[in-house]
Design a protein around this ligand. Structure first.
Ligand SMILES: *Cc1c(COP(=O)(O)O)cnc(C)c1O
Length: 396
């Protein structure tokens, strides 16, 4: 196939084209069926072609798609109300992607610092983090592959090891220009790295003691994925800023930077903007997603069915030589092997299963929150067979 000859080679897509989907199932253009355990990288939390989202965007498209933020947008105000109610925070800026939501957070942190009179305000970010591909967010990202060749990087990020409170305390003791910490509650792209249960609480305390903003990148963990609306809700705390994108529109591009009053008030008319951000269509999708997650009790479902999936994976793989760890929260699960396992992705595809491999060693599962018991069964069966035979081949 040479259909990609006019596309920039930023991706090397696999040799499959999907035609349509329903829930956790996709069909390719040849009519072959697949079980989607990746959900468009944690985007299609409600599964593919959810009728409530289809209806919402269809209905909105017949009325109005876009007007710009020069005018009031009712859907945007409603969606902001919902996000503030769910998060416990106060104000929302809408963007079109995760990176843009993080850009807004970074700009708020800098404005907050500059307003305080901090010269050259710095933001603590983590090793192995992922925050996006724009210049500021790739500079914040803790992965050299994402940065290489794009130097000079954006300055003002201070790197610390993830899940290491001592390192943050050390920075607090030795730096006077820190104004914020930006962190994923669970590192997704790095391979589902789950920190200690008190990690976020201890970060909150350090931020309070030093008057820093705690900024949580919940772009992958948010919208019910981990068994709470937001992963921080497994802890007893409120961040100053939360960023969302991926699952918020179930595939319609939308990002959100949600902040408490203290952080939000630094933004004035003209401070920041977006032509498309929060347009009536994207916000109609977001509203339908939130309503459906609530109606179908999908947050609770992510917790229970996530536990079931994790139990089944443990039962099938724990005693397999070469399986090092199965970890995660809710429907965000990583299976770490003792050897690089990228080839598993195309082998799984051949077997009709969509997964990803992160950081070479970790199989990542992010199925739709609507995945059925039967599909969980199929997923575990297919995947454990694949993993066993892969490890056997590798050992031979
Ligand atoms: C996907 C992701 C991003 C970037 O989102 P885009 O929509 O691709 O810009 C940022 N942070 C995290 C944690 C992500 O998973």
């Amino acid at each position: 196939m040479s259909d990609n000859q006019h596309l920039m080679t930023t991706y090397a897509p696999m040799d499959v084209t999907f035609d349509h989907g329903e829930g956790a199932v996709l069909w390719d253009t040849e009519g072959k069926q697949y079980l989607d355990a990746l959900a468009g990288i944690a985007v299609c939390g409600l599964g593919h072609a959810h009728p409530a989202v289809t209806a919402a965007i269809t209905e909105q498209a017949t009325k109005l798609v876009h007007t710009s933020n020069l005018y009031q947008i009712q859907n945007q105000q409603r969606l902001a109300d919902e996000l503030c109610r769910l998060s416990g925070l106060d104000r929302v800026f809408f963007a079109n992607s995760g990176a843009e939501a993080n850009e807004a957070a970074i700009k708020i942190a800098r404005m907050y610092g500059n307003n305080k009179g901090v010269s050259s305000p710095g933001i603590i970010v983590m090793e192995n983090s992922f925050h996006g591909r724009t210049m500021a967010t790739l500079s914040a990202t803790g992965n050299r592959h994402v940065q290489a060749g794009f130097e000079p990087l954006v300055q003002g990020f201070i790197r610390a090891p993830f899940n290491n409170i001592d390192a943050i305390e050390n920075i607090a003791a030795n730096s006077s220009n820190v104004v914020a910490v930006m962190v994923e509650p669970i590192q997704g792209e790095a391979g589902i790295n789950v920190p200690a249960t008190d990690y976020l609480n201890r970060l909150r305390k350090i931020c309070d003691d030093n008057n820093w903003l705690l900024m949580l990148d919940e772009i992958q963990t948010g919208m019910g994925r981990t068994g709470q609306w937001f992963a921080f809700q497994h802890n007893d705390l409120l961040p100053d800023i939360v960023t969302l994108a991926k699952a918020l529109g179930n595939g319609v591009p939308i990002g959100a930077c949600i902040a408490n009053s203290k952080a939000a008030e630094v933004m004035k008319p003209g401070s920041h903007g977006s032509t498309f951000g929060g347009n009536p269509l994207a916000c109609a999708a977001g509203l339908a997603v939130i309503k459906t997650i609530a109606q179908e009790k999908l947050v609770e479902r992510a917790a229970t069915i996530g536990t079931r999936l994790s139990d089944k994976l443990h039962a099938a793989l724990d005693n397999v030589d070469g399986v090092k760890e199965i970890r995660g929260l809710g429907l965000m699960i990583g299976i770490q092997l003792d050897k690089p396992c990228k080839p598993l992705v195309s082998e799984a595809l051949r077997q009709g299963l969509l997964i990803s491999v992160q950081s070479d060693y970790v199989i990542r599962l992010l199925p739709p929150l609507t995945i059925s018991e039967q599909q969980i069964e199929t997923l575990t069966g297919t995947l454990s067979t694949l993993v066993r035979s892969f490890l056997q081949q590798e050992a031979a």
